[in-house]
Design a protein around this ligand. Sequence first.
Ligand SMILES: [Zn+2]
Length: 283
Amino acid sequence: MQITEHVHALKIPFKIKGIACAMDRFVYVYLIYGKKIYLIDSGVSTSPALIFDYIRRSERDPADIASIFLTHSHVDHMGGAAFIKKETGCKVIAHEDEKLWIEDIEEQFRSRPIPGFRSLVGKSVEVDVVIKSDQTIVLEENLNLEAIHTPGHTQGSLSYYLKEDKVLCVGDLMPEPKDIIVFQDFNDSVKSLQRLKEKKGVERLLSSWREPEDDDVPQNLLDAGLQYLDQIYETVVKVSGGSSEIEAMELCRRVVEELDLPLIARHIIVARTLTKILKLQKK
Ligand SMILES: [Zn+2]
């Protein structure tokens, strides 16, 4: 689906299998069409076929893919990168804090064994260009992409702003209601959303988990994200009864119930995130 002059959105459906349940999910990959093609994220291991097919249907050549700009290291964003790089010789770009998990998926699995991990990722992939702080990348004449460091969901999460089209891609930074809650740092998530709110001129905001709508107003989406973070915080405080002693999985079970999240969110990774939020109370 074409969003603006240069930006296209491609929805990648996939399934994750938990121990007791499976869940249909999707993730968005964004394509920037210039003389070359630039991807923002590469989706899961099954994405390359869908991406190549989309490119061919729009009468372009997958061999034109020049680079993949990763928002972060999670397997549903980098799972297809190794295959695309092998087929096209494109460059992979990511923040330095994400490099380890992108280049060593076994290390990522040890630290973050999400349900269905193995089916979501192909292989580890080498990062060719490391981003250390905010910078503007000239993709080609009249196509400038700003990489903005927006930690929170992960330490090295990047948002990308295509200046010419006034489009901002935020990856997983925005928490989605009724979805799995994962942030590395709650306060950083708040700060990053607030920072993006101050950015002038943004006309479209694209997230990995949200269907792009023509009438989306970026400021409203960012406000809704901030409000939902507030709601998560308040819920953690409420269901814990103000006690920091509650067991992590019990806290998770109660929050999943209270916020009406999918059952697959009853997971140790979500529990860890919620426990970190609980600890913030003391500060
Ligand atoms: Zn993620």
